[in-house]
Structure formats: C-alpha cells, structure tokens
Design a protein around this ligand. Structure first.
Ligand SMILES: [Zn+2]
Length: 311
C-alpha cells in the first residue's frame, strides 16, 4: 500500500531525544534515565524537558540530535519538518545560544527539508524572550517563525503582543502555544494578535463560535495527540478534542511535539489521529496537504514540494 508522505510542523528539537539518545549523549545507562520519560502532569513534563537539555554539553550534542532525528523522520516518510529550538533553555544549562544555533545550521539531511522556529519560554523573564527573538531575526531565512512555549497558565499569550508586533514588522510568523492547557480564550487572544497558526489550540473545542471562525478563516491548529494525553492536557477518559475539531472542519495538522520525551513517532501520531477522527488513509493525505498549505515554506517551495508529492 502506498504510504502517504508526512509533514511535521510542531517538533521541539530538545524533546526529540529518546532514552537511547540520552544515554549516548550522557554516558548514563538508558535504564537509569527512564524516569525522565514518564510525566505525572504538565509541570512534571516541563521539568523533564529541562533535565534532558542539562544532559547536553555543547552545540555539538544538539547538532548530533538534529541530524539523528531528521534521519528518523525521513525513514517514516516525512519530507519536511519545522524544528522548534529553545536557546534560552540551552543557555540556562551552559550552552551558548549563538554558537549552538550556528552548529545546527550546518545540518542538511538529503530527502527531508527543514527550517527552524525559535521558541521562547513564556514564564521566564521578558529579557530572555527578547534575546530569543533577536536571535530568530538575526538568522531569518533558516529561522522562519517565533513561538512561545512553557507554562501557559503562568504567562498568557496577551503578554507577548510586543513579540507578535515585531514578528509582523520583520516578516516572520508568530506561532504561540495557546489553548493547550488553558481555555479557548487563549486561542481567541492569539488570533487577535494576528496568529494564523496555533500550537495545539485543542481547547478551541470548548467554544463552537471560535471553531467556526477558525474554519472560516483557515486558522490552523498543530495538534499533537499523544503529547496531550501524556501531559494531562486531555484528561484520562476524555475523548480527544480532535474528533470534534475534525467534525467542525477546523484546519489542523498532526505532529509529535516532543516525540522522544513522549515515546512516540510521527507515524504513530498520524495513526492515533486517524483512530480518533476516523479519517482513514484519504484523511491523512488531506492533513499533509493542509500542513503544506500553512508551512513556512515560500510559495515556490510549496508548489515544488506539492508537485513532487502529487498533493
Ligand atoms: Zn510544543
């Protein structure tokens, strides 16, 4: 059976570390690192995110991880990935951001294209987010977007109007995490700030009027089902909101978020999304086409990839 090509729009480089990668980087047996890959709740997950970064000693480790994960994605049929990176988190653990970013720019893996989205930690000092944004703009071209992640409950998206404004002025996309653990109002706020793509955004489901807006205006949600289950963003027993979002024609793609930390793969996520929605093989092609539509590729790059993939 022909395998549909895949596109990954929501992927954190640091979270693409699997236990075997963490063991390779740290020299610690994978069995001893296992607790880092089981998360009690969202804050526990954030703690583990920092812990795995602390295992890395330099930009060379990040560079190694990027190459390794892009190869993994390619082997699953992924042809294009947008990779989020968190320079402030690197710096907190002793890795100099500019030098590390330059190392990452050296990586090209044949058969899979990629670009970067710089991600700020929303609940840390604004000064750090400003530096993250400066780095993103300095490397504009290879970096095509700016996002905010971390503790949504502690730092609403409305605190980042300055960043959304700077992104608009300098021509890069502002793609915040919103409506992941907090409510639909966070998605609505991101829309008001000009975002056309939202990280997660699953709680939009609680506001049918908002869903209608998303559908009408083609606002896209980057949905990561296993992530939502492992962090507790979707409660045990709750039907994943993706089913209703699909029924309401809200545009979305399927991603892994932090595949290593959540012990999943892009193929697994697509299969899980198919079982939640019942969209089948044809649906997965529609999802890839939609991902291509909202990707940060230039128009000619989108057209070329669309032609190659017969989308
Ligand atoms: Zn994320």
């Amino acid at each position: 059976m022909k395998k549909n090509p895949l596109i990954e729009l929501h992927l954190h480089l640091e979270g693409s570390i699997y236990p075997s990668d963490a063991a390779h980087i740290s020299g610690t047996p994978a069995s001893q690192l296992e607790p880092l890959f089981r998360h009690e709740d969202f804050n526990d997950f954030l703690k583990h995110f920092g812990r795995v970064v602390s295992l890395m000693r330099s930009g060379d480790d990040l560079r190694w991880l990027l190459g390794r994960h892009l190869e993994r994605l390619r082997s699953q049929g992924c042809v294009y990935a947008e990779v989020r990176v968190s320079p402030s988190v690197w710096e907190r653990f002793g890795i100099e951001p500019n030098a590390a970013m330059k190392k990452l720019l050296e990586i090209e893996v044949p058969g899979i294209a990629h670009c970067f989205i710089v991600e700020a930690v929303r609940h840390w000092e604004r000064q750090l987010s400003e530096r993250d944004l400066d780095l993103a703009l300095e490397m504009k071209g290879r970096v095509r977007g700016f996002g905010i992640g971390g503790d949504e409950a502690a730092a609403p998206v409305s605190g980042f109007c300055w960043a959304a404004e700077a992104c608009r002025k300098d021509g890069i996309a502002f793609i915040p995490h919103a409506g992941e653990v907090c409510g639909a109002e966070e998605v609505a706020a991101a829309l008001e700030m000009g975002s056309r793509r939202i990280g997660h955004g699953i709680r939009s489901v609680d506001d049918p009027g908002l869903c209608e807006n998303l559908a009408d205006e083609g606002i896209h949600l980057e949905v990561c089902p296993t992530s939502n289950l492992r962090t507790g963003a979707v409660k045990t027993g709750e039907v994943h909101p993706l089913r209703l979002l699909w029924e309401r024609n809200v545009p979305f793609s399927v991603s892994t978020d932090d595949p290593g930390l959540f012990l999943t793969t892009l193929e697994d996520e697509m299969a899980l999304a198919a079982s939640i929605t019942g969209f089948g093989e044809a649906g997965s092609e529609v999802v890839t086409k939609e991902a291509l539509r909202v990707s940060l590729l230039e128009k000619n790059e989108k057209d070329r990839l669309g032609t190659i993939l017969s989308l």
